[in-house]
Design a protein around this ligand. Structure first.
Ligand code: TRP
Length: 435
């Protein structure tokens, strides 16, 4: 079984709201807990700089988004959860990719084109107020994705073009320098609900109609009270079609609860009572997470430590991979033999060690590049089966741990994701070897 690797970035430019929760956080967290998936979630703070020039807001948003994902159940031991700016290999890769991508491709990027069209319509210089960051946005995003060989990138329709460009960059680079990158696919999130906001339009920061995810209970009640309704009086039947209140309820309630509200609408429940019901139902789901969120917000050092641990896992992959990419393009130590073919660069990598004990049985262990024990096998009677188990770990990643014929134990203080990252690093260097 091939492990599907998912990767998603969240731009750190605002405060998470109920629309982000229903459309992104909740489904992503659930998805990350499934077997057979490996997920990378990161805070896209370099991307945030393109549109936000208030340092305090960048920092606050990073804190709030990290706390929100963790409070909603993202398990940093199961996934790789990191901050983009903690991985300096990402901007480095951005440069390499920008040298294989045609400028014309970026001219056609939606976000840049929209800015140009707006300027042109206003009779301004086409590039007025457009920073180079906005122009380069798709390349940075391509580096985010290609660095970790993501197969699937869950995105909204508006981001599909960026994934196409990442594929384009992967192909152009591979064509010139050999097979280094995996072309990603967009996993389009059409099935997840888009939540209406207070005014009935899509809940979005740009419409100023949001309900912050972890607003205090009293404030949540007030905001739900302000959701737009029509003027049907109490006692008169109300339409569920086009009712923002009903749609919001639906995103939280199960089928029978939804049916019950549908009937209450038909019976003429008052808007005040309906709002009370919706408020209590949402709060029931959010309240326990709100307490966790608050505890995290009050302890930024803890979040920072989680992100640093995540960055270490990300860099365990990114550092050797960038070594390989630098070598591929010819940025090499001068004493290495000049060659026109792609060659793997020597970098510190995790290693498998196979050995025989005095009991006559065969064992192996996986050690990190620094020599820490990541994985210890039990006793194999046959060296061949031990070797096959290692091969399965390399081919399938962490999933093979659970199908091993002999118990495999994690080293002390080692998370599954550390092992997954080490296997991935080995996989990448193996795939990159020519032939
Ligand atoms: N552009 C994405 C957005 O605005 C955020 C993002 C940055 C991203 N890098 C990414 C998403 C890589 C997926 C993969 O939502």
């Amino acid at each position: 079984m091939r492990i599907e690797r998912f990767l998603t970035g969240i731009t750190t430019s605002g405060t998470p709201h109920l629309g982000n929760y229903v459309g992104s956080v909740r489904p992503s967290v659930r998805h990350s807990l499934r077997p057979g998936v490996e997920s990378f979630y990161f805070l896209a703070d370099y991307h945030a700089l393109i549109k936000v020039d208030e340092p305090a807001r960048i920092q606050r948003s990073t804190l709030e988004i990290a706390a929100s994902w963790l409070a909603c159940g993202l398990d940093p031991d199961k996934v790789v959860f990191y901050r983009q700016s903690d991985v300096p290999e990402i901007p480095e890769l951005t440069w390499f990719l920008s040298c294989v991508l045609g400028k014309g491709v970026l001219n056609r990027a939606h976000a840049y084109k929209a800015a140009v069209d707006k300027n042109t319509a206003a009779g301004n210089d086409p590039d007025a107020d457009v920073n180079v960051g906005l122009f380069m946005y798709p390349v940075l995003m391509g580096a985010d994705i290609l660095m970790f060989k993501a197969h699937q990138v869950p995105v909204g329709r508006d981001q599909v073009q960026h994934i196409e460009m990442a594929r384009d960059m992967a192909h152009s680079f591979n064509h010139r320098y050999g097979d280094h990158f995996v072309a990603p696919e967009a996993a389009i999130e059409d099935h997840v609900a888009t939540l209406p906001g207070l005014d009935g339009r899509k809940m979005s920061k740009s419409y100023d109609n949001t309900i912050p995810l972890f607003t205090p209970r009293e404030q949540l009640k007030k905001l739900i009270g302000s959701i737009v309704t029509d003027s049907t009086p109490p006692g008169e039947a109300k339409a569920v079609e086009g009712s923002a209140l009903f749609q919001i309820y639906q995103a939280f309630a199960n089928a029978s609860e939804t049916e019950a509200l549908r009937q209450a609408y038909a019976r003429g429940i008052s808007w005040a009572d309906a709002k009370q019901l919706v408020f209590e139902r949402i709060d029931q789901e959010i309240a326990p997470m709100r307490a966790t969120y608050q505890a995290l917000i009050d302890n930024p050092a803890k979040i920072e430590a989680i992100l640093q641990a995540g960055a270490a896992k990300a860099r365990a992959i990114a550092t050797p991979f960038m070594g390989q990419i630098r070598h591929a393009v010819g940025l090499r130590p001068l004493q290495t033999h000049a060659s026109t073919t792609a060659k793997t660069v020597k970098v510190a990598l995790p290693v498998f060690k196979q050995y025989r004990e005095s009991d006559g049985q065969f064992y192996f262990k996986l050690q990190s590049a620094e020599g820490h024990l990541l994985l210890q096998s039990g006793a194999f009677t046959s060296p061949k089966v031990a070797g096959q188990t290692i091969a399965a770990l390399l081919a399938e990643g962490i999933a093979a741990m659970h199908s091993s014929p002999v118990a495999l134990e994690k080293g002390p203080d080692v998370a599954e994701s550390d092992i997954a990252a080490a296997l991935h690093a080995l996989q990448i260097t193996k795939e990159a070897k020519p032939g």
